[in-house]
Design a protein around this ligand. Structure first.
Ligand SMILES: [Zn+2]
Ligand SMILES: [Zn+2]
Length: 186
């Protein structure tokens, strides 16, 4: 799935978010009756303690969990996961920035937005929650909640502000910021 800017205006749809971990659903399954969806790992852990839906307390057993509809899987495929935040390259050099910029242009991201996004590919232009090694160490648990979109073919993501209204203004920039990694993007 490409980088489809502007396709989703407004906040990430509540239906794409796991009510247990508050992140974008990962390998989602749904409850049989109420159809609430959760990450597989989250709901399995929950059900090991109690056989109820965490949202409405309907009874569920692990065997009753079922696959989510294809439309939900398609919507989720627009987002990507960062599995190794430690691989973040916060001070990319000009060559690396040019490679990422090229990939954004190739994925039909509008030119004026590419320019704005690339200005925020370096920690000196990142928001206050993120712009030094110390703040990143302090806030790691917070920024792991980012909803990210992959830059096609690259170990890099865009964090769009409209996908991340849950993060607060210390962690977002308009229209978004670019994060480049050594590895760990799925
Ligand atoms: Zn979850
Ligand atoms: Zn439910």
């Amino acid at each position: 799935m490409g980088f489809e800017i502007g396709r989703f205006q407004g906040e990430v749809d509540e239906e794409l978010v796991c009510p247990i971990c508050s992140g974008v659903l990962e390998e989602p399954v749904q409850a049989p009756q109420c159809e609430h969806a959760f990450c597989t790992a989250c709901i399995q852990e929950w059900l090991s303690r109690q056989h109820t839906c965490p949202v409405d307390r309907n009874s569920i057993t692990p065997q009753q969990l079922k696959a989510v509809p294809r439309i939900l899987r398609n919507l989720l495929s627009r987002f990507s996961r960062v599995t190794r935040w430690g691989g973040m390259i916060s001070t990319p050099d000009a060559v690396l920035q040019a490679v990422i910029k090229r990939s954004l242009i190739d994925s039909a991201c509008p030119a004026h937005i590419v320019t704005e996004l690339m200005e925020s590919a370096h920690e000196r232009n990142w928001p206050p929650g993120l712009n030094t090694l110390e703040t990143r160490q302090l806030n790691r648990h917070t920024y792991e909640q980012y909803v990210t979109r992959r830059i096609p073919g690259k170990q890099a993501v865009v964090v769009m502000s409209h996908d991340n209204q849950h993060m607060g203004e210390d962690f977002t920039l308009d229209p978004g910021l670019v994060m480049i990694f050594a590895h760990g993007i799925e």
